[in-house]
Write a protein that binds this ligand. Sequence first.
Ligand SMILES: Cc1ncc(COP(=O)(O)O)c(C=O)c1O
Length: 334
Amino acid sequence: MKTIDLRSDTVTQPTPAMREAMMEAELGDDVFGDDPTVNALQARIAQVLGFEAGLFLPTATQSNLVALMSHCQRGDEYIVGQMAHTYRWEAGGAAVLGSIQPQPLEHQPDGTLKLADIEAAIKPDDPHFARSRLLCLENTLHGKVIPQSYLEAATGLVRRRGLSTHLDGARLFNAAVGAGLPAREIAKFFDSVTVCFSKGLGCPAGAALVGSQDFIARARRWRKMAGGTMRQAGVLAGAALYALEHHVQRLAEDHAKARRLAEGLQGLPGVTVEAPQTNMVFVDLAPEKAQGAVERLKQRGLLCTGLYRMRFVTHLDVSHDDIERAVAILREAL
Ligand SMILES: Cc1ncc(COP(=O)(O)O)c(C=O)c1O
């Protein structure tokens, strides 16, 4: 029986049509700026998100790092959520490699950071303090779509105080489909945005950073220093171009699968399911059920993560039937 892998939307395999697009991609040496497929992808993603320029990078982690380093100088500070990927899950890269001090803030239940907390975290221009330089938000954050009115208010607030803004939009297209908006309507509040192709969009690797021409020129230098400038990278950019064309609207199916999974777990004693907004289902278990739960599911052929809470992520490679089987396994094991 096939294992149902709901650990992350990063586990997908490229589809046959995506592989064909990769095989057919025209290639060149991107260090010389000669790869036509990379160039086409960079232009396309900038256009889709409403920015002057784009840059293709191997991972979203590197895209975020390069973005932070392009916004901030050594000794600057960026304001960020405690649970944000750039702060918590990127090995402290901004501090270690960028000499950028993070100022983490607690999240509200909807994933936002209180405007008053952001305002209070902005330091006066005084030699005692690091220079507050940037606000970094994430959308989706743990599967939650951050409200548009909040994005407008938070970015407006920091902009008035002279800070720049970066969006870790690794799952921006999930947020866009979840909100029923074009992605550029979310991206428009920010000076720069990272998007990832190897999550819900189903590519084997690759991310992009978008921003102004000047910003991307700085980012290109940091990407080189970070070892992220690839050669015939069009083989990956071809997958990303294919995904932008064919895999964005279908994210709605992943969201429907997540809703079905959550619905299927209703009514189980000691199991609390958070209603999913996109492709992630978070489940809290009563202590007597939590012990060894991930392992019990694994033995039955269902993979998930359980670092903080149990997390189930739907994606391209799980069918509606797989979700029904997952519900049955969960109901039996929990
Ligand atoms: C919100 C968010 N940002 C950035 C990343 C980093 O992506 P990558 O694995 O491509 O470095 C992830 C990875 O899971 C993520 O969830």
